[in-house]
Each structure stands twice: as structure tokens, then as C-alpha cells.
Design a protein around this ligand. Structure first.
Ligand SMILES: N[C@@H](CCC(=O)N[C@@H](CS)C(=O)NCC(=O)O)C(=O)O
Length: 286
């Protein structure tokens, strides 16, 4: 992997790396924030951040205002891209922004022509951690968070792999993708028409399946949702997740924030709470 950028930020380092991924079969770029503690070689937990539709590794690092608190708490943050990219990677046939490049939905596609490259779940859950955690002063504990499509990705990753993540949060996640236009479009193309195969990529469905686990095995989830988010009713459906959590006894704190929209202004307003929650779960709280 090749370092392509580095800036000092709040005593730590923001870095960008490029590498050729064996999982998604193209060149990928991801960003890392190293707090001062990690820069000095002390073992720190890692928080994976998954961004939403149209984003790259840069949106969160530039707009969320997370570095100050991550520096204070000693949290490493890793932000991957939101899809495979490049000329060899097929995008949306109609040039839309809600599918293809910038819209990998953090799943493993099974259908042609998507399945060669669109394996973002395995990339985020396996390849990327394996690649970087050995190179970082990593404490062995990891959390995952994200926004919108990335909130969906974070919930699905953690619910499918409860032993891998010790903290989970999300901002305005696509909570029930099987039942909303963004999710239905993406799942139909990436996964095919058999809706039963979609269930393994839907947080509400996975929460129901998680009731087989012991309650103590379930990592509590923190979610913030803006009430003035223009995607709230049609795409995000937090009430579906709330109902699934209540029905299956899954620990969920869903905070509705009056007046906030879907943007990074909303994320920046509450990111400190999420970072503190992750640090407390991951063992680096003050
Ligand atoms: N491009 C879309 C909006 C897509 C969108 O809101 N993307 C969110 C994630 S779902 C985002 O984080 N955008 C990038 C940014 O705000 O920096 C539009 O024009 O309506």
C-alpha cells in the first residue's frame, strides 16, 4: 500500500493510502486518522467509518470535525471508500448517483456484471482490517459507525459479525433497505430478484435473527436521526428498526434530533457523542 497524503491534525495525523484490493479487484483509496497516542506507538482501538451515497474517504475526514475528539480519546479512525471505482468497474447504467460508483451498499453482490467488484462487505469487514491493523498500534478492539448507506453498512457488518465489533453506532442509517427505494434498486441489481436473499443485508431482518444469541452478546447500538432529514420517511425508516429492536429485545438508543437534516452539519453536531460512546465501549475513555 502506498501513502498518497499526510497532514498533521490536532497533534495526530490524517493519512490517505492507495492499494490494489484482492476483494474488489481494483485500486482503492482509504483514509486513516491517527491520534497522538497512536502516533507515539501506544495501542489504540479502531473505529471504522462508512460514508453514504456519493461519498469517498474524504467527506467524513473533511466535514465531520471528528479529529479533535478522536485525538483526545485516543481513537484511530479508518474511512474506506463507498464502492469500487475505476474504468473497469461498471457503474449505474443510467448515470444515477444512488447505484454503482459511490453506492456499493457494503454488501457482496451475487449478480453479473456487479459481482466481480462489488464485494464491499468483505472488503470492509475482512480485507481492510487485515491489511492495516497489523501496521497500526492496534489494541485489538474495534467499533463501526456510518451515515445513511454507511449507517446501513455499519449495522449490517456488526449484526452479522457480533464478535468482531465491540461498539456500533449510526447517523440516519437506511434502516430497512428491503423496504425503501434506494435499497430495493440496489438489492435487485446486486443480489437479484429473490427477496429472501436480501434478508442477510437488512438490519431489521438481522436483528430478528440475532435473538438467537445470548442477550449479553449483543452490542448496544447508538443512532442519531435528524427530524428535518428529507430522506427520513421514504428511505431511512428508523421506526422499523425501533420496532425490530423492541420486538427482539435488542439494546438500541435512537435519538431523534429536532431540526437537523441529512448533511454533515448534523453529523458534526453529534459526532463527539458517538466518539465518546465508542471510546467507552472500546476501553479508551478518560
Ligand atoms: N447527491 C445527492 C445527495 C446525496 C447525499 O445526501 N449524500 C450524503 C450521504 S447519503 C452525503 O454524505 N453526501 C456528501 C456530503 O454531504 O459531503 C443529491 O444531490 O441529492
Amino acid at each position: 500500500m502506498e501513502k498518497i497524503a499526510e497532514q498533521k491534525s490536532f497533534g495526530g495525523l490524517h493519512q490517505r493510502y492507495r492499494h490494489v484490493s484482492e476483494t474488489v479487484h481494483c485500486e482503492m483509496v482509504f483514509a486513516v486518522y491517527l491520534p497522538p497516542a497512536a502516533k507515539e506507538g501506544n495501542a489504540c482501538p479502531v473505529l471504522y467509518w462508512l460514508s453514504g451515497l456519493t461519498c469517498t474517504d474524504e467527506n467524513f475526514m473533511q466535514k465531520a470535525g471528528a479529529h479533535r475528539m478522536a485525538a483526545e480519546l485516543g481513537l484511530i479512525i479508518v474511512a474506506p471508500d463507498t464502492s469500487p471505482r475505476g474504468k473497469e468497474v461498471p457503474g449505474d447504467p443510467d448515470g444515477a448517483w444512488d447505484f454503482g460508483h459511490g453506492a456499493g451498499f457494503y454488501l457482496n453482490a451475487t449478480q453479473e456484471p456487479w459481482r466481480t467488484h462489488y464485494q464491499m462487505h468483505d472488503y470492509v469487514v475482512q480485507e481492510l482490517p487485515t491489511l492495516i491493523e497489523t501496521k497500526l498500534p492496534f489494541s485489538g478492539r474495534r467499533g463501526i459507525s456510518g451515515h445513511s448507506m454507511g449507517g446501513h453498512g455499519a449495522l449490517v457488518a456488526a449484526l452479522r459479525h457480533p464478535a468482531r465489533y465491540q461498539s456500533i453506532s449510526a447517523f440516519a442509517p437506511i434502516s430497512n433497505p428491503m423496504q425503501c427505494p434506494w435499497g430495493e434498486k440496489a438489492f435487485r441489481r446486486y443480489l437479484g430478484n429473490n427477496r429472501s436473499s436480501w434478508r442477510q443485508w437488512d438490519a431489521c431482518e438481522l436483528m430478528a435473527q440475532s435473538s438467537a444469541n445470548k442477550p449479553g452478546d449483543r452490542v448496544p447500538i447508538l443512532i442519531d436521526q435528524g427530524e428535518a432529514d428529507n430522506f427520513l420517511q421514504e428511505q431511512l425508516k428508523p421506526e422499523a428498526l425501533e420496532q425490530a429492536a423492541a420486538k427482539h429485545g435488542y439494546p438500541l438508543t435512537l435519538r431523534r434530533q429536532p431540526g437537523y437534516d441529512h448533511s454533515y452539519y448534523f453529523i458534526a453536531s453529534f459526532i463527539d457523542d458517538h466518539l465518546r460512546y465508542h471510546a467507552a465501549c472500546l476501553g479508551n475513555a478518560d
